[in-house]
Each structure stands twice: as structure tokens, then as C-alpha cells.
Design a protein around this ligand. Sequence first.
Ligand code: PLP
Length: 397
Amino acid sequence: MSKLAIYGGDPIRKTMLQYGRQSVSVKDIEAVKEVLLSDFLTTGPAVEKFEHALAKFCGTKYAACVSSGTAALHSMYESLELDIGDEVIVPSITFAATANAALYCGAKPVFVDVDRDTLLIDIRAVEENISLKTKIVTGVDYAGQPANYRSLYELENNNEPKFNIFADAAHSLGAKQNNKSSGSLADASSFSFHPVKGITSGEGGAITTDNPKIYKKIKTFRNHGINADYRQREDQATWEYNIGEIGFNYRLSDIHAALGLSQLSDINLNLKKRRKIAQAYDRAIDNLTGVKKVKTLEENDHSYHLYVIKLDLDKFKVGRYEFFQSMRAENIGVNVHYVPLYRHSLYSEFGFTTKDFPNSTYVYERILTLPIWPGMTDDDVNSVIIALNKVVEFYVR
Ligand SMILES: Cc1ncc(COP(=O)(O)O)c(C=O)c1O
């Protein structure tokens, strides 16, 4: 058995392998350059082009770009004109923005447990938490597989009053459920184009929807609440506009949009690379004691924004903390997605405790994210598998 790097042995890799990374091509750089030399750096044609391409890719009538995934969530929630005290149900294991966007609107985020096998929002937990104040249930497409939207719509159909089903699809651009694309599975879906995501625009985000009312609201909200953007006013040769409601500057610049559009044209190739890496991990894990895969629902085609494993702690002499540190010492940039939201002091006023979320508490102690991004070489992938085997072999009982 070889000595772990954490105890002074040689690490499997000489340099740290990040868990996620952008892949930027020469074509991407040219696309950005073209905008930099054009008349419009913002509110120009590149944003519209990106929006059309996104709507087409997702199979929706509309796409509206904004400056981040968080702005997308905020704009999407705000499009329903939430009142103080309205409730937005979100899974307890997600990035904070899914819940914070509800707080921005004066609404209350209601955390519910996740499914132990898939780490997607637990449908029974949603059902138990629906109240007269529930305005939105947000499915989070954790790691890149869509939440169980069919079950969420069944719940909604059987409920009075009705609520909206939204998707935090930050992880799932390119994923599918029953052959329908992520972005078209809920009343509206929000995306993030942060560098580690399926495509990047540097920072950026978008909302896709078939609902014209939601779309129109978002277009106004992202631009200070102004009812006509700069180019519409130019076309009509007028300086006049009206602000009927408060908005933000959540616009995406044309520089960002050009990068996003160029990246979108390569998404299928990059999805293929992510899926190939995931298959290699799947095969390795099938032969490893004490390591389990996160279950993928049969109806889902996964986009593998993240590859998450679950440790069977009964099989090891140590916990996830030592496992994490040991993998890092081997120069494998493992991560943990995510600290359950109820553990953050920000939300303590809502009175949630770990006992309210038995599944989240259980899986949180066991999950570990392995590196996955399209530019990883075969050697990179093998180094993760070798390090995982080394650490497992060292700590297994
Ligand atoms: C599930 C989820 N929702 C929302 C966001 C927010 O996206 P952004 O970082 O673009 O604001 C992220 C980003 O990490 C995320 O993972």
C-alpha cells in the first residue's frame, strides 16, 4: 500500500487539478474581439443573438439574458410580484442564491429535504411544506440532472391555490428529461454562465420561459424598470420612457454575450466530453469498496456540471473531512457541494434545524465532488481515479 501524500508520501499529481474550469477557444476570443471593435459594448445585437440561440437550444419561446445566475433567479422570482411573507420552497442542498433571491423579493425561503439517492428536491417534503402562502416551488437541477418536474406538476395540479414551478437550472444546460431540454421543463428556468458551468460568459445568466408575461416583466426588471430599452428609443427617435416599477441594472453586456454565444455553439462537444469522464468515474466506482454514485433518474440525460460521489462511512476508518484532505494532498481538487442552507447563520431566524432534514444531514456528511470539465486529459481523469483508489485502499476497514 503506498503512503498517502498527507502523511509524507508522493502525491499522485505534481500540480493541483481544479474541480471545474472554463474551456475558452480561439473562436471565443475572436467573437469577443469582434464586439470590442463594434459600435455596441452593451444593449447591442450580440445579446439578442445569444438570447435567440438559447431559446432555440432550450426549446422555449423566450430567453432573457442577465448579468449572473443570481440575477436570473431574482428576476424570475420578482416576475411574479411576490408579497412580503410569500413563500418559496427550495431544496436545502443548493447554492445559497436559490434561496437568497426569495429574500431579495421580501419572500420567505422554505427549505425542504432532498432525496437521499438523487440529492434532488424530495417530493414528499415539498408536499408537507406547501401552504396557502406558497407561490413558487424551485427545483434545483443538482449537479446537472433535472429535478423531478413531472411529480412537482402533479402536486401543483392537485393543489389549490396554484403555485409556480421554477427551475434553478444553473447546472443543467444541455441536460434533458424525457427528451425535453433543460430550460423547458418548468414555468421558467434560470441559468448561470459562471466559468465552471456548462458554458460561460465570464459572469452571466439567463431565464428561459414560454410565458410572455414572465418574459416581459424580466426584460423591464433587468433594465431599471424602464419600459423601452435604448435601442427601441433610438428606433422610435424618442428620448421618452416610463419607469412604472423598480428594477435593477442586471443587463448582460454584448462582450459577455458574444462569449456566451460562441461557447453555446460548442456545448454538444463539451457535453460529450463531460459524459465520457463521468462514464470513466462510474466504471471506476463500480469496482471500489465504500464509494457510491449519486443516482440518475431514468428519464434524465445528465449534463455533469458536477460529478458527486457518496462515501459509505461505515466502510472507512475516517470521515469525509480526512478523505477530502487526503485527496487534496494528492493534488486532486475535490470539493463539497453544498453546505446545506439551514447550517448557515444567515437563515437561523427561520428556525430550521438539522432534525428537519434527515436526508440532507445524512448525505452532507458523505458527499465529495470530483473534478470534471471538458479540457481534462485522459491523464487527468486517470489521476483522479488512481488517487481515489489510493485513498480508499488506505482508509478502508
Ligand atoms: C444552483 C445554483 N444556483 C445559482 C447560482 C448562481 O449563479 P451565479 O454565480 O452566476 O450568480 C449558482 C452558481 O454557482 C448555482 O450553482
